[in-house]
Design a protein around this ligand. Sequence first.
Ligand SMILES: CC(C)(COP(=O)(O)OP(=O)(O)OC[C@H]1O[C@@H](n2cnc3c(N)ncnc32)[C@H](O)[C@@H]1OP(=O)(O)O)[C@@H](O)C(=O)NCCC(=O)NCCS
Length: 168
Amino acid sequence: MKYRLPGINDKDILKAYVQEHHDNGEISISASLGLSSSDYTEWVAKIKNNALFGDEQWGKSLLFLCFDRDKLIGLLSVRYELPEPLSEKYGDIGYGVRPSERNKGYAAAMLEYALSVCKEKGMEKVILGCYKENLASAATIKKNGGTLITENENYKEGKISQYYLIRL
Ligand SMILES: CC(C)(COP(=O)(O)OP(=O)(O)OC[C@H]1O[C@@H](n2cnc3c(N)ncnc32)[C@H](O)[C@@H]1OP(=O)(O)O)[C@@H](O)C(=O)NCCC(=O)NCCS
């Protein structure tokens, strides 16, 4: 797979990526940092700013477009400077795979790449969060060495969030 930050010329492939989720009945797009509700040019500028300078609250972060050959497969968010409380609440890494490409091993490969980036940035451990009912994400995390650390009831959405630790 190939990984790179989004650019201004990726507007059409990202539009198709969002549309495929909507056609599949999915409104929110994982790891997209508000792509579907943002002006595209502003969104690209925000991603670049996050990579170069970071955000006061979230630190620096990387949002990768993940390709297999020329096809956009998924989005991967690596928040490698998160302060501990945010890390424990949101997790250091987020990802999503387009509906037509799920269950082919892509998320596991993307998480493996994210972990290599975190290690390169000097992190010794990462925390990942996912809903208990999200069996695919939990399997992806466990496949990459994640061990369950805590469980919290998420009353806002009425779901149980689980948090996993991966030592690098
Ligand atoms: C979660 C998600 C990223 C998984 O992507 P994927 O590319 O289909 O995952 P993979 O093909 O790499 O599969 C990884 C593991 O999950 C398992 N898996 C995949 N889909 C599954 C499902 N629906 N139920 C249970 N296990 C599943 C696979 O079998 C594999 O485990 P194994 O190798 O032990 O068999 C994808 O379903 C997705 O984008 N969902 C919507 C967004 C989302 O939930 N993001 C994560 C938020 S925490």
